[in-house]
Design a protein around this ligand. Structure first.
Ligand code: BG6
Ligand code: MG
Length: 220
């Protein structure tokens, strides 16, 4: 089947927010005396805020109540949003704008499929709030990646079948979600190592659009 839509993950694909997530979680971990490092931060890619917190708290002996966890997640998000204020269109990752323009020129629909509840804020900061045909994000789903919900919702918003979609992702959880949705998956950056990605690229600026739209023929 022909590819008629491309669904982009946001964090790590359109814009690199990893460092801000790291700094915000690091402050919370330090305040709580919990060990946290960049390797643990890598495990938070694509995972929801509360599930990220659970991964961090698994390094603590203290048992946190649900209300304590809620407050910690809120504190982290306040720090993170303060850092997001620095984002600007200059932070859009290389190759993205050209790719979006080329896809529009070929009448291929474009959507965001992100676990982040901060998606509207981030898109606004980088000047892409009105560029996508559909946005499915952490505010509109119950189950975060690796569940397929966010990508199936994006396809539904676009009015296309899952088999017509290709997802671009930087996280194993996101590649798993795309495959569970019955979509093709392109793994970029650290997701270039994912065994189940249909196409693997170290850098999205190397993505050739003809190659991308032929992903159905590459592995089906
Ligand atoms: C994903 C990030 O896009 O969004 C995760 O890769 C993050 O690291 C998740 O935990 C949730 O983000 P937010 O902005 O809702 O806290
Ligand atoms: Mg990501």
């Amino acid at each position: 089947m022909k590819i008629s839509a491309v669904i982009f993950d946001l964090d790590g694909v359109i814009v690199s927010t990893d460092e801000y997530h790291y700094q915000a979680w690091k402050q919370i971990s330090d305040q709580e005396n919990i060990y946290f490092d960049r390797a643990i931060n890598e495990r938070l890619r694509g995972v929801s805020r509360m599930e990220s917190l659970d991964i961090i708290l698994s390094h603590s002996d203290k048992v946190y109540s649900e209300s304590e966890k809620y407050l910690l997640a809120q504190r982290k998000n306040d720090i993170y949003c303060e850092l997001l204020n620095k984002l600007s269109p200059n932070d859009i990752l290389p190759g993205i704008i050209n790719l979006l323009i080329s896809l529009k020129a070929r009448d291929i629909k474009i959507a965001i499929g992100s676990s982040s509840k901060n998606t509207p804020f981030i898109l606004d900061q980088i000047g892409l709030a009105t560029n996508f045909d559909a946005i499915a994000d952490g505010n509109s789903i119950k189950n975060s990646k690796p569940d397929s919900e966010v990508f199936l919702l994006a396809a539904e918003f676009l009015g296309v079948q899952p088999e017509e979609c290709v997802v671009i992702e930087d996280a194993q959880a996101g590649i798993d979600a795309a495959k569970a949705a019955g979509m093709k998956a392109v793994g970029i950056g650290s997701a270039a190592k994912c065994f189940n990605a249909d196409m693997k690229l170290n850098d999205i600026s190397n993505l050739d659009i003809d190659h991308l739209l032929e992903v159905n023929e590459i592995r089906s």
